[in-house]
Design a binder for this molecule. Sequence first.
Ligand SMILES: C=C(O[C@@H]1C=C(C(=O)O)C=C[C@H]1O)C(=O)O
Length: 358
Amino acid sequence: MGNNEMVQLRQKVDEINTQLLHLLNERAKVVQEIGQLKKIQGTKRFDPVREREVLDMIAEQNEGPFETTTLQHIFKTIFKASLELQEDDNRKALLVSRKKKQENTIVDIKGEKLGSGLQTFIMGPCAVESKEQVRQVAEAMKEQGIKLMRGGAFKPRTSPYDFQGLGVEGLQILREVADEYDLAVISEILNPNDVEISLEYVDVIQIGARNMQNFDLLRAVGRVNKPVLLKRGLAATIDEFVHAAEYIISQGNDQIILCERGIRTYEKATRNTLDISAVPILKKETHLPVVVDVTHSTGRKDLLLPTAKAALAIGADAVMAEVHPDPAVALSDSAQQMDIPQFHTFMDELKGFKNKLA
Ligand SMILES: C=C(O[C@@H]1C=C(C(=O)O)C=C[C@H]1O)C(=O)O
């Protein structure tokens, strides 16, 4: 008898559960519509005034047996879930997302097709110091069949008293040497005003980690017809990184390469902590090519090869590292750049590993 009553009561609860389930989803659909409207109107998704009104209505109408605070707590959870739903809907609409575009964006830099499945290398000195210095690196790169040369002309340094780069003269040197060796130039621009002049000299504009959320600069490079290599900010989440790329694509330029370069954590054994899992996450969530900068993420020469291998194994489109003819006298990052013989050893071993992967 008692058991029978229990079964009946549970049936009743189940019917109510089903109703609640339908009602919650029905509510969710209305919330989604509100989210769409807010997007069109450009208003914020979170509306604390509205939420307060709903909580007050609960207090007014509650007849128990639940305590008002208990019901309000449940409703706050519903609000939170509703906001997440609205956010998900907006994310679906991001232009950089895989949901928006299934196939990989291929960034073609002088025939090197990043995003095509080919895994390649981006090498070069941290900063351009002289033509001779860049030439020596270019020569070594040529020997290794590497086409993509990075080099800093405008250097954002932690201290204003440190070497700030050669500026436009540095870009000129890069272009001249690159043309001599048939290489492509990747170089960082710090200021929206320098974007136009850089177009004459570079094949790819780099946006550095410190500028990942310089929204004026992102919009400026979004308006030009030139590939952009966007580095992840020092303390940026993947979501913030993806949204920074969205600033660029929103202006029309979809030739974007994402670069994981390590993030700041409590760990002191490396300069930054290489977030290797960011690579497959970014490849899954966006359609953009992803490269890994092993020099800045580790800050340690002894970790360049293992992290580069990890980057290739996990599916990065390219590995980036720094090379200097005489790192001991380099004007920046002297401890972490490879010299030319180290570079050749690094490349030979890395290519061997890559062949094994294939
Ligand atoms: C649905 C809305 O968006 C959010 C979700 C709410 C809800 O789930 O009731 C209330 C306010 C907003 O924070 C809305 O503004 O009405």
